[in-house]
Design a protein around this ligand. Structure first.
Ligand code: GLC
Ligand code: CA
Length: 573
């Protein structure tokens, strides 16, 4: 699991096989050769379980059956067989911090205080103030706004939901809940899946007594401060490992947001902890979002970006930890439009530059669908109705309501502009397979569940498979290059010129191999000189570059000078 290339599939947008406008399992099967050719070893499949889809499948109502729109268990067996034939493994998305409010467990739990499943979720009586008014049990906000507590008329108590009210949190303190989770994990592992990506796994253990959030964070909470990494989370994960994971040689990656201290996360992934193989951290992709309002794009500095990467790279390397490398997923705007340059002139070269930025970091690499094609954010001409994500829509509605207090028809263009950078929808447009109607994602007469990006006639997989200068070709080369050079996966990590705002320069070392990586994140020519004291060994050779005709040796003349063109990225070994 350390050296594999992982590819994330967001099933609804990947490939539709039957013309209903929704991606499905047969669609995935039809693209396995494409993924094999790219050099993919493992697929992380976002949820395909039965779900009322309030949060696109991250609200599961049955863990052991599928949303029929994706296919049947039979299709799943076919997928696993087809993957096995190609030597590709499957990670399922394990969403067990919460279920859907329509899961039979929750239906039973909410049916009566005396239900045997009552304690499977987190129920609390109201707080009553001096005037006799009812209030939620504490001041916690849900991640996307509003109280994290929902009142249940029927049983006269509140239940906790850190996400939507349609996503009630499971009570992990209850051993029956943990056993039920272990059982469903075994069910999938027995079917032949090879592991799990674990959704917000650092939220499963809640702080004892559910105390209020610190006051400065109350009211408008952008992220929970006191809730992540609760007191029993390590115990729960160790137990899960002992009961399930260790018996199957399965691979695990935990999603662990809102944690700044690497020591806290290293504990999850140290081999001696026997918990998870690796975790996802988000500070690098949060860098262009506001602190008080993460939907609001803010200017970002390369020096800060480098500092974040450096922090996790060095800490994990020095403390037996392991990183997950990614810059895109289904919760993020496209990296090209945020950290590269999606103008016609620089799109291709900057997408390749970002690829180098990924493959040269230590850890296990994750590529998100369409990233290998340089897919971009949605175009400016799209209205809010094209954005389907519940998080986007509730953010929009909240602001609209507020502005309507002052004007009947408020100007919302600034918000739309923000969403064009940061909305999760940007990553959820259908994959662009070819230049036929709907980009070949679905059949010509179908209506795709989400609109295809307007640029598909020029930016699609078929076109790129036929062009040796394409982003897709480069990704394939870069992934193979990474595999061939263990220094990029396992090596130590040292930043060169940390405060340079244009160039990301790194030294990696493994055994007697040194890699020097220099990446120009800017759109201008830069003469980058290595600092006097950087002891770069002699005779390093240029081995990978996103420009043609760069075949120099990096001479050990101090200061060593490298002339970089816009968005040029080079790897010397
Ligand atoms: C994770 C998922 C995200 C989902 C949330 C709630 O962050 O990646 O898509 O909305 O958890 O399950
Ligand atoms: Ca379909």
């Amino acid at each position: 699991w350390k050296e594999v290339n992982v590819y994330q599939i967001y099933p609804m947008s990947f490939k539709d096989s039957n013309g209903d406008g929704i991606g499905d399992i047969q669609g995935i099967i039809s693209k396995l050769d494409y993924l094999k050719e790219l050099g993919i070893d493992v697929i992380w499949l976002s949820p395909i379980y039965r779900s009322p889809n309030f949060d696109m499948g991250y609200d599961i109502s049955d863990y052991c059956s599928l949303d029929p729109r994706y296919g049947s268990i039979d299709d799943m067996h076919q997928l696993l067989k087809a993957m096995k034939e190609r030597g590709i493994k499957l990670l399922m998305d394990l969403v067990v911090n919460h279920t859907s409010h329509l899961h039979p467990w929750f239906l039973q739990s909410s049916s009566s205080k005396l239900s045997p499943k009552r304690d499977w979720y987190i129920w609390r009586p109201p707080r009553i103030d001096e005037s006799g008014n009812r209030h939620p049990p504490n001041n916690w906000d849900a991640i996307w706004g509003g109280s994290a507590w929902e009142w249940d008329e029927n049983t006269q108590e509140y239940y906790l939901h850190l996400y939507l009210k349609e996503q009630p949190d499971l009570n992990w303190e209850n051993i029956e809940v943990r056993r039920a989770v272990h059982e469903l994990m075994r069910w999938w592992l027995d079917k032949g899946v090879s592991g799990f990506r674990m959704d917000v796994i650092n939220l499963i253990s809640k702080p004892e007594g559910l105390p209020d959030e610190p006051l400065e964070n109350a009211g408008f909470t952008v992220f929970p401060v006191s809730i992540p990494n609760g007191p029993r989370v390590h115990e729960f994960l160790r137990e899960m490992n002992e009961e399930v994971i260790s018996k199957y040689d399965a691979m695990t990656v935990g999603e662990t947001p809102w944690t700044h201290d690497p020591a806290i996360l290293a504990r999850y992934v140290k081999p001696s902890s026997k918990e998870l193989n690796m975790v996802f951290t988000f500070h690098h992709v949060d860098i262009d979002g506001g602190v008080e309002n993460s939907w609001k794009p803010i200017p970002w500095k390369l020096s800060s970006y480098k500092q974040i990467i450096n922090k996790w790279q060095t800490y994990m390397h020095e403390h037996e930890g392991w990183n997950s490398i990614f810059i895109e997923n289904h919760d993020q705007g496209r990296s090209l439009s945020r950290f590269g340059n999606d103008s016609a002139e620089y799109r291709s070269i900057s997408a390749k530059m970002l690829a180098v930025g990924q493959i040269c970091q230590g850890g296990t690499i994750y590529v998100y669908q369409g990233e290998e094609l340089g897919m971009a954010n949605v175009p400016p001409s799209w209205g809010i109705e094209e954005y389907k994500d519940v998080a986007t829509q509730s953010y929009w509605k909240a602001i609209l309501e507020k502005r309507r207090e002052n004007s009947e028809n408020p100007d919302m263009s600034d918000i739309l502009k923000d969403l064009r950078k940061k909305a999760r929808d940007n990553a959820r447009t259908p994959v662009q397979w070819d230049d036929s109607p709907h980009a070949g994602f679905t059949s010509e007469n179908a209506t795709p569940w989400m609109r295809v990006n307007d640029d598909y006639t020029q930016w699609n997989a078929t076109q790129q498979m036929n062009d040796p200068n394409s982003v897709r070709f480069f990704w394939k080369r870069a992934l193979a290059f990474r595999k061939a050079h263990p220094v990029l996966i396992h090596g130590s990590f040292r930043l060169i010129s940390p405060s340079d705002e244009r160039v990301f320069a790194i030294e990696r070392q493994h055994g007697d191999v040194t890699a020097i990586i220099v990446i120009n994140f800017s759109g201008i020519n830069v003469n980058f000189s290595f600092p006097q004291d950087s002891k770069i060994p002699k005779g390093l050779k240029l081995q990978l570059s996103n420009y043609e005709n760069t075949d120099e040796t990096l001479e050990n003349i101090s200061p060593t000078l490298v002339n970089l063109r816009p968005y040029e990225a080079r790897v010397y070994l």
